[in-house]
Design a protein around this ligand. Structure first.
Ligand SMILES: Nc1ncnc2c1ncn2[C@@H]1O[C@H](COP(=O)(O)OP(=O)(O)OP(=O)(O)O)[C@@H](O)[C@H]1O
Length: 320
């Protein structure tokens, strides 16, 4: 049973006051559900990090409300909040001398007794968090000596060790390679599902968000927050709210953002999938299109044009 853990109603957020007031987000309504990973997407400067600050209780709304388990985040004391909400910020501050293991153990701080010692259970949680993020081999390494991506994973491991019902991560995969991006997002999705946590991830990776999340929240300047399953947003065309330009659109058949290319005037004959890539390469080349029609065959892959036969698109482009 999914539960609403974080609710925003008519939320308006921004900076400054009086004449200097700058409203960044207005009339925002949302429900973050447990058991799901939700990805928050939107263009640079739209206010994603601002929303996270409000969720962390670091700023009061200009109007409307935000409730974490029924109370405004700013009303929780530090200990109580750190048992409800773990946060991974995009530009984390870290002591360079600290080891990965020490950082991850910090996630257990809210649960330590007066002695400040880790219990066996705390140590188990730290080990499980290192294991889940595949960081065991780096446990004794100092944070200052890690790559940006390794450090990013260590920050995620710390948030996992904090074991809160709500996890909020601001661009947690920005320094990771492609495979690690998928793996970390898949891990967060698994955690959400298996442990009934509500996970909110700010990301610019639309493809990975579509592939791994159960909910998308789309923020765009001046419009209400759009939310729904990725598949619903694609089928209803609402995903295009992320792409205000006439230059791009979300191709639902291919499942990715593509540019509006000017159609070629030449005739290309062959299987749709191959015609698509040959046409794309011809347009991108900027070369004049061949006067003759093009035919493409599969098994073996061949391009026939101007009485010649090519095994690669680049060979055809070279002669144009
Ligand atoms: N401390 C601040 N004081 C005043 N304005 C701020 C402050 N922090 C952010 N802003 C402004 O608020 C707006 C939203 O910024 P925010 O960092 O929330 O955007 P974002 O969606 O997270 O962007 P990005 O994708 O680039 O990280 C921007 O116009 C920014 O200039």
């Amino acid at each position: 049973m999914k539960r609403q853990v974080l609710i925003g109603k008519n939320l308006s957020l921004g900076y400054g006051s009086g004449n200097q007031k700058k409203v960044v987000l207005s009339d925002l309504d949302f429900n973050l559900l447990s058991g799901q990973m939700t990805c928050l997407l939107g263009p640079n400067g739209v206010g994603k990090s601002t929303l996270i600050k409000a969720i962390m209780g670091k700023m009061e709304p200009f109007s409307g409300s935000i409730e974490l388990f029924g109370s405004a985040p700013s009303t929780y004391d530090r200990d109580a909040l750190s048992k409800k909400l773990s946060v991974v910020l995009s530009e984390p501050i870290f002591p360079a001398q600290m080891t990965v293991e020490q950082l991850v153990a910090l996630g257990r701080t809210p649960y330590l007794n007066w002695s400040g010692r880790l219990s066996d259970e705390d140590k188990n949680v730290v080990n499980r968090s290192l294991e889940a993020t595949k960081l065991e081999y780096l446990r004794k390494e100092r944070l200052g000596e890690l790559s940006d991506g390794q450090r990013q994973k260590a920050m995620i491991a710390r948030a996992l060790a904090q074991d809160c019902p709500v996890m909020v991560l601001d661009e947690p995969t920005s320094h990771l390679d492609l495979v690690n991006r998928y793996e970390v997002m898949q891990l967060l999705q698994d955690i959400a599902k298996t442990h009934q946590k509500a996970v909110l991830v700010v990301t610019h990776d639309l493809d990975i968000a579509i592939e791994t999340s159960q909910q998308l929240w789309i923020l765009n300047c001046g419009s209400p927050l759009i939310s729904g399953t990725p598949e619903d947003l694609i089928l209803r065309g609402e995903i295009n709210h992320l792409l205000p330009s006439d230059k791009y659109f979300f191709d639902s058949k291919r499942g990715k953002v593509v540019m509006h290319y000017q159609k070629t005037k030449i005739e290309i004959e062959g299987p749709d999938e191959l015609v698509y890539w040959v046409e794309k390469a011809l347009i991108k080349s900027g070369k004049p299109f061949p006067k003759d029609s093009i035919r493409i065959s599969t098994n073996p892959f061949r391009i026939f044009c101007q009485d010649k036969e090519f095994t690669r698109i680049s060979e055809l482009i070279e002669i144009l």
